[in-house]
Design a protein around this ligand. Structure first.
Ligand code: HEC
Length: 192
């Protein structure tokens, strides 16, 4: 039967060129039809092409997850209350002090009296003295003035701890401090 089918000459004649009608083998055709039938079934299967987020949505979800995993810009990362609570937590303060000694003392002096960076113990502030404002300055830095953005170098909880330590420095009156810079903010925000 196969030979019979293969040898069937078609009617037409192109400038003397004739052609045989060679149909695809039946087994091949059945697989082909089966794939056509399978397409809508597959498309509707949960988790396949029809369902679930597309490429763009998946990309956006990944970006959003990444953004959520890094410390937020601005004053995010910790609430004012949480920072004030840390400022009276001895473990956080000790942790913050060692981070401060390692990273900040070069510019702000070991006692916070100020050197290249401003005095952190007085009532005058360039970028605000509310806990969240101090946190934001430390996290985002003031690059053009030489204050590094510490959220690139420290973990979020380390930024919180060193913020708590800076909050605790206020009013410690170290000897020979740097002259006040910025706006005098009195009274100090509660707890700072
Ligand atoms: C390379 C020097 C340098 C280092 C290191 C540094 N700072 Fe600063 N910091 C500055 C300068 C300069 C400013 C002033 C920015 C301005 O003029 O706007 C500043 C400002 C600040 C302010 C804002 C003060 C205000 O008056 O509003 C805080 C808070 C602060 N730094 C905390 C820290 C902490 C905490 C660290 C360590 C994790 C640190 N700094 C490390 C240079 C530094």
């Amino acid at each position: 039967m196969a030979d019979q089918e293969q040898d069937r000459l078609l009617d037409h004649d192109y400038d003397g060129i004739r052609e045989y009608d060679n149909p695809m083998p039946r087994w091949w055709l059945w697989i082909f039809y089966a794939t056509i039938v399978f397409v809508p079934v597959y498309y509707l299967l949960p988790g396949s092409m029809g369902a679930g987020p597309g490429m763009v949505a998946e990309y956006e979800a990944e970006v959003a997850a990444y953004e959520a995993s890094r410390p937020a810009a601005g004053d995010g990362g910790a609430s004012g209350e949480a920072l004030l609570a840390l400022a009276s937590d001895p473990t956080a303060l000790a942790n913050g002090k060692s981070l401060y000694d390692m990273n900040c003392a070069v510019c702000h002096r070991a006692d916070g009296g100020g050197l290249i960076g401003p005095n952190l113990t007085d009532d005058a502030w360039l970028h605000g003295s509310a806990p969240t404002a101090i946190h934001a300055t430390i996290a985002n830095g003031v690059l053009e003035k030489g204050m590094p953005p510490w959220d690139r170098l420290l973990k979020p909880e380390q930024v919180n701890a060193v913020t708590a330590y800076v909050i605790s420095l206020r009013g410690t009156n170290p000897p020979a401090p740097k002259a006040p810079e910025g706006v005098v903010e009195t009274p100090a925000p509660p707890g700072s």
